[in-house]
Write a protein of this length. Structure first.
Length: 402
């Protein structure tokens, strides 16, 4: 099924992808209808031994306590400068009329990047940016070519979970107890899904209709627990896409014993011979988890063997706004940028992990879930139920390839 515009709380439209045009001395990306006066969302500039790459991404920056409009989120802008000089000052400039005005300041990090958040539009019109790396330790000041937000003005898919019912684009998943999926003691159920206050609430709750207890096992433990119902929804059969940026603004559950997820599966599901893969944009295993709680993974088949690529996000607290921030205290935007050559994960616009080793070539659909797999469910006492994750909005900006 090809991607289509989905109206789920806001107007959506499909935009054409950007293409890359190259010239000697400087490399600048322009849109499919662009020119040097109409830049696209990426640009590269080389001069005097220095290289400045600028990438403008959609509205994937929006940390905060409560639900709010997705239109208020900021675009993510990343400048990558070579040679890498940690601490080098970099400014983000916005074109206003014929002049450039500084709208952000950052310093080059150990990955060589300077990351900013900025407006995606002004008065409904696209905004043009450039990055300027300042003089630093013998290096001359250098500016990138312009890049603009045209490609990201309107998402392909948008759901802000307004009202009190779930949009029909979402359907329930996993509504049977599945020992093969390590969920002998839990299953998806509409009772664990609620829409209200501008957010989708996915929960793990007791299955009051189930009789007796369930024996959950892990590598080290075996324990009897209450049967549990999971909030588990996806867009299979209603919306899928191939290449672009997908993002969800989520406030996670507090406790270990279940994991919140924003993920994607290929149409036809993930299996041997599939061109698509399971893409786990983010998983959260609870506050006080010894490894920080956040993971990103890709699951793909090599022949008949399932391969898991990814890891725990190292130093995850560095992606929090301050010491009072937290994954279960505030909303954060978790996103994936998917191109034919790479998959890049971000939190509020800041890159956490990327891979080009294995990239899905199939249409993928969206999934949101709070799952109590047997191996983790036994870690939490029944009395601590229910647990909740909240999703403020989900958006996709598709970038179809010609």
């Amino acid at each position: 099924m090809s991607a289509r515009r989905v109206l789920a709380g806001s107007v959506a439209a499909l935009l054409l992808p950007a293409s890359l045009l190259m010239s000697s001395g400087a490399v600048q990306a322009t849109g499919s209808t662009g020119s040097a006066d109409s830049p696209a969302s990426t640009s590269v500039f080389k001069k005097a031994g220095q290289k400045v790459s600028l990438e403008v991404l959609p509205q994937i920056v929006q940390q905060g306590r409560g639900a709010t409009s997705a239109d208020k989120a900021k675009a993510a802008v990343t400048a990558t400068i070579k040679p890498k000089k940690v601490g080098r000052p970099v400014v983000l400039e916005q074109l206003q009329g014929s002049k450039w005005k500084t709208v952000g300041k950052a310093k080059q990090d150990k990955a060589g990047r300077a990351e900013f958040s900025a407006l995606v539009s002004k008065g409904g019109q696209a905004v043009t940016y450039r990055a300027t790396a300042m003089k630093f330790k013998g290096l001359k000041k250098v500016s990138s070519q312009p890049a603009d937000t045209t490609q990201w003005l309107t998402p392909t898919f948008s759901d802000e979970f307004s009202g009190s019912t779930l949009s029909p684009v979402w359907s329930m998943r996993g509504q049977d107890y599945e020992p093969m999926s390590k969920r002998k003691c839990s299953k998806g159920d509409p009772k664990a899904v609620k829409v209200g206050g501008g957010a989708l609430r996915l929960s793990v709750i007791k299955d009051k209709s189930a009789k007796g207890k369930c024996t959950a096992t892990s590598r080290k433990l075996k324990k009897k627990i209450s049967y549990r119902l999971n909030g588990h929804v996806g867009t299979s059969g209603a919306f899928d896409f191939k290449y672009g940026v997908a993002a969800a603004r989520i406030k996670m559950q507090k406790l270990q014993g279940q994991h919140a997820s924003f993920w994607m599966q290929p149409v036809g599901e993930n299996g041997p011979g599939s061109d698509g893969h399971e893409i786990d944009v983010i998983e959260y295993f609870g506050d006080k988890h010894p490894q920080g709680g956040l993971t990103s993974f890709i699951h793909w088949y090599k022949g008949k063997r399932l391969i898991k690529t990814g890891s725990w996000i190292k130093d995850s607290t560095s992606f929090l706004k301050n010491k009072k921030d937290g994954w279960s205290k505030n909303y954060h935007v978790f996103s994936v940028q998917w191109t034919p050559k790479a998959i890049i994960m971000r939190i509020d616009g800041k890159e956490t992990w990327r891979t080009s080793a294995r990239v899905s070539k199939a249409q993928q659909y969206l999934i949101l879930s709070l799952l109590a797999s047997d191996y983790e469910a036994l870690e939490m006492n029944d009395k601590k139920l229910p647990q909740h994750m909240y999703v403020d909005w989900v958006r996709v900006w598709e970038t179809p390839q010609s």
